[in-house]
Design a protein around this ligand. Sequence first.
Ligand code: 5AD
Ligand code: SF4
Length: 529
Amino acid sequence: MRVYLETFGCQMNELDSELVRGQLSALGYRFVETDADAQVVLYNTCSVRELAEQKALSRVGTVGVRKRAGEDLILGVLGCMAERDGVDLLRRHPQVDLLCGPSDLDRLPQLIDNVRRARAASQADEAPAAPRPRAVALAGNRSRRSSTLAAAEDGLESLDLSRAFDPSARETPWSAYVRITRGCNKFCTYCVVPHTRGAEVHRPPEHIVDECRRLADSGALEITLLGQTVNHYRYTHGTAVTVDGRAAPQVGPGLRAFREAPAPGTTSFADLLFRIHEAVPSVARLRFVTSYPRDFGADVLQVMRDCPRICRYLHAPAQSGSDAVLARMNRGYTVGEYEEFVARVFDHLPDATLAGDLIVGFPGETDADFEATCGLVRRLPFKNNFIFKYSPRPGTVAIDRFADDVPDEVKRWRNNALLAVQSETSARVHAAWVGRTVDVLFDGARAHAAAPARTAGAVAVRVGGREVDGPEGRAAGRWQAVGRTMGDLIVAADMADEAAANELRGSVRRVRVDASRPLLLAGKLVPGQ
Ligand code: 5AD
Ligand code: SF4
């Protein structure tokens, strides 16, 4: 069977898709590049903002047109939107054959198989009036588990454990994601994730270290540890809960636990980082996302300082620069506390880089609140921030409790104004690297001015799925190799031609930085290495 799988949303979803691909490939399914010649079409969806859902729904609509025209396809909606919308989605979109939430992806092969068999049976019966067979696996109220035992029963661990270590299974063989926690216990009022991915569950450290080791053996130079609040990782040993004699995943300890030092017999996030760093010396870069700015202990910063292959890069979303808005968001910290956290980071790691996410137009956000966010971006050295317009999400506290009272044109204006402030800060952060020599892990190539112009005078460049601005008005056909520093700064190095630029993909080389843009460093390879 030919399968087309498209992924929307975050890195967690990208990893889920990689695992699904591995699992289905092992069963003989073959993956194809376009949906046109697929027999099974799967969309792994995101619910964080309405726009992401709309994109997926428009794809679902297109497949509906094909099915109504008589094509015999299986259409599956996976991920957060399947979980959030549930059977309503089936009701509104009769062309959808299966739904599979993010906590049930281990059951996907069975779901596809059920739909296939039931469809074959109903065709054999020649009973056109019979309801079309569909299959559903959603966590529903199981999604917030309350005991270690329930987490141990969580079949999803088997999906992570079934990972294919074939480098060709990864889009970039030199770089891999490893999940350390799933779900989230934070309940920020705007966020759908605790509802779609359930409670925080931590994977056993030995599973994680083993996975890192095998990825390193299969050529991974860079490993990114994933968790919604990655620094909440904490695993208690000796609980005697096992699955088939192996250690089991555990529900997180609750937020209060982070006010105290980890108890003896636990593996903290700092311990885990150190263990991986020591266990896989061939991994040149160990990184992690996303950090929750509270509960980020000095122990983690010390490990980062002591271990040269741990990236001094933090993605720690501030979300807002106004205390009143942070309180309504239930973020659990004030602007002052966020700034103290950043000061601690730079105290320990003077060459660290900081990035984050910000939401504009949260309910009740005044001009003064917004100006406070601009002030935060001016004061702190954010290399970049992803900036989002608030999008009310069904099932969240914010949609019930607060009116979405910032008009869309105001959200749009604030979004653009904040991007302009961020651009100035990014320019400052990047300029400070000019004259320095950096290690770059190359992952792409590009020609100046060969990419389509996005706005007059600026060239859009795609690097690892992100858009960055590029140097203007250079002669067409000049090639650069593009990659990232340990601190996730994007670097372009001049190369003789396309082949030379491509040849560097997947290798770490030294670059002398000689120019900067708001989101780009430019330089030359240091010869003779
Ligand atoms: N509206 C807008 N942005 C949101 N995010 C999460 N939920 C929403 C929402 N309802 C943003 C946050 C988060 C990032 C992944 O998405 O900034 O850090
Ligand atoms: Fe989207 Fe969040 Fe789910 Fe990722 S975890 S797919 S960003 S809703």
